[in-house]
Design a protein around this ligand. Structure first.
Ligand code: ADP
Ligand code: GLC
Length: 481
């Protein structure tokens, strides 16, 4: 099949979260399975400097945007015979300090930026040099208007447009903008209706994608069920329920070329479940690097995360207030909500030998933390898939997770299966329940045989892309049928 993946972030070029990892890995996996794959994404500041093989093409995009026109270049990077990345080069929109906003505030012209990008994707689907695509696979709201734009274009010109598949990585981000921004789509006003792209008088890009895509997926089976309920539906549950027959949950895979403990340029001490000395050395290194007492006998808890409402960092802060009285160490790497940043910095000032807060984004440090910690905390309010718990498993860091979304689908608790158990789960979204789970981790840490068994289970759990790729192939077939 010829498949075009469209995403506003793609690892290793740009990333704010798991979306980038997933799309980068999906592209590689589909190409390895024999498909012809193109990925389209914005050319943000700094990408060209880091990837000097990126070359401009002769392609020129010229996009109507309300009553103006915006033009853009297209650069390309051929990653292998079957995988090419196209970068939309529109410096006014994308040559900026950040992807979506600065100082925790979105760029005010995000509607223009991503309506433009969605239109660029549609033009590229026309212009692309290697023949018509069978499937355009969209990721999240930033490209949510693509299916309706494709449909309108097909209707207007008789073009046999590719089929569209939407993957919802996070229902909480919908690209909802004031109704007046609908004008940037240049679509007939009929589409701006409750049965179309309108949602309570606003333009809603994700809703548009849910309605107009040929097929829908989300990133874990449990989240696929959750988003059809009022509790997790973020207002769109009725729209999703109406399309439930065309919605499946597919758990993300892990790119083990990148996330492994034996051949990893970020780690000084390779290790495996048979030779765990490197894990102990990684822990000592991490304690030294962070200025914590270098002790093997104390459990080290960690998390690496966006500091967003979703991640449950508020209940973690409260749980730590209680638990830091025990003999434990804790490190957080993250950035986002200024209140949470301050909260964790204060905690670290009060417990300088126990709690460390690193505010910022640091890819290499995230690998060292996974390798160095004993327990990885993900107390999410909701979690579409979550990649860090799967990375933690491979790094032999026992994940402590709330029973929701992909966290529930990827971690096995002792109460579920004591021979396969590889993590600790809790149910209620409260600091009390989380503190209870941390207490269980303390007990586990003092029960070496069980701890070793669970680590082995964790490190041998397999989330490689093969199974995930096969499930996407089935979805593409269904979209084409
Ligand atoms: P989400 O996409 O909701 O943020 P995931 O668990 O799917 O959650 O993916 C998060 C990804 O982003 C992981 O690869 C994680 O390591 C990375 N990440 C998040 N915050 C940081 C940070 N401050 N520094 C480095 N990597 C981070
Ligand atoms: C989103 C979700 C996260 C998921 C990632 C990749 O950012 O919040 O749970 O793992 O997308 O699909």
């Amino acid at each position: 099949m010829k498949i075009l993946l469209a995403s506003s972030e793609v690892h290793p070029f740009s990333k704010t979260g798991g979306l980038a990892d997933m799309v980068g890995a999906l592209g590689k996996a589909l190409a390895a399975a024999g498909h012809e794959v193109a990925i389209v994404t914005p050319l943000y500041r700094g990408i060209r400097g880091r990837f000097t093989d990126i070359k401009p093409t002769d392609l020129r995009l010229d996009v109507p945007l309300g009553d103006t026109r915006v033009s853009a270049g297209v650069s390309e990077l051929r990653l292998n015979q079957r995988l090419t990345v196209y970068f939309v080069d529109q410096p006014g929109y994308f040559d900026r300090l950040a992807l979506y906003g600065e100082n925790n505030t979105d760029y005010p012209d995000n509607p223009q930026r991503f309506i433009f990008f969605s239109k660029a994707v549609v033009q590229l689907a026309h212009l692309q040099p290697f023949g018509p695509f069978d499937i355009v696979h969209l990721h999240d709201w930033q490209v949510g208007l693509v299916p309706v734009l494709l449909r309108h274009e097909a209707h207007r010109t008789g073009w046999r447009a590719p089929r569209s598949v939407l993957t919802i990585h996070n229902l909480a981000y919908q690209g909802g903008f004031m109704g007046s921004t609908f004008a940037f789509t240049n679509l007939p006003l009929d589409y701006f209706a409750p049965t179309g792209v309108e949602f309570y008088k606003n333009l809603n890009c994700l809703k548009a994608a849910i309605i107009y895509s040929d097929f829908l997926t989300t990133v874990s089976p449990r989240y696929a069920r959750e988003i059809c309920t009022e509790a997790y539906g973020c207002g769109l549950d009725p729209v999703l329920r109406a399309r439930q027959g065309r919605l499946v949950g597919i758990l993300n895979g892990v790119d083990y070329d990148e996330w492994n403990t034996h051949r990893n340029l970020h780690l000084r001490h390779p290790y495996s479940f048979r030779k765990m000395a490197g894990k102990a050395a990684s822990k000592a290194d991490l304690q030294r690097e962070l200025g914590l007492p270098v002790r093997a006998d104390v459990p080290l808890f960690a998390t690496v995360t966006r500091l967003a409402d979703q991640k449950g960092m508020d209940i973690l802060l409260a749980a730590l207030e209680e638990m830091l009285a025990t003999d434990m160490q804790f490190v957080i790497l993250g950035s986002g909500d200024p209140n949470l940043q301050r909260g964790y910095q204060n905690l670290s000032r009060r417990y300088p030998t126990k709690a460390i807060a690193r505010i910022g984004y640091d890819h290499a440090l995230s690998h060292r933390i996974e390798a160095g910690c004993d327990f990885f905390l993900m107390p999410s309010r909701f979690e579409p898939c979550g990649l860090n718990q799967m990375y933690s498993l491979r790094y032999g860091a026992i994940p402590i997770v709330r029973r929701t979304g992909g966290l529930d689908d990827s971690v096995v608790d002792l109460t579920e299966d004591d021979t396969l158990a590889d993590g600790i789960k809790f149910t209620d979204f409260t600091s009390r329940a989380l503190a209870g789970a941390i207490r269980k981790a303390h007990v586990l840490y003092r029960t070496p045989e069980l701890f070793a068994q669970m680590r082995k289970n964790a490190m041998t759990a397999d989330f490689s892309w093969g199974r995930t790729t096969a499930e996407y192939e089935k979805v593409y077939q269904r979209a084409l049928a």
